[in-house]
Design a protein around this ligand. Sequence first.
Ligand code: FES
Length: 110
Amino acid sequence: MIRVTFIGAEGNSREARANAGDRLLEVAQNDGQPLEGTCEGQMACSTCHVLISAEDFARLPPASEEEEDMLDLAIGAGKTSRLACQIILTPELDGLTVRMPPGHRDMQGR
Ligand code: FES
């Protein structure tokens, strides 16, 4: 089992549990996090953008060039931004802390 801590844009944190092989996007959605994931992992939308905690960022496999390109377009992107649809959880990632980007909901017009 892999534990993932989600921190909402307002700073509220929740711990979710996932299995190896789960995609971070689905784990977040199942936990009720506001990630749309509109393109379902095709790297065409960036609505699954999240910020990884600085300590955890280095534990993730590096982003592909396509992912980097999408992140350039993501709202509120920072140095530790990733697309949640591109992150497959492995036991090594246990304890990952993932923050929702600030203003996520507002910028979606909701
Ligand atoms: S779901 Fe569209 S880029 Fe991740």
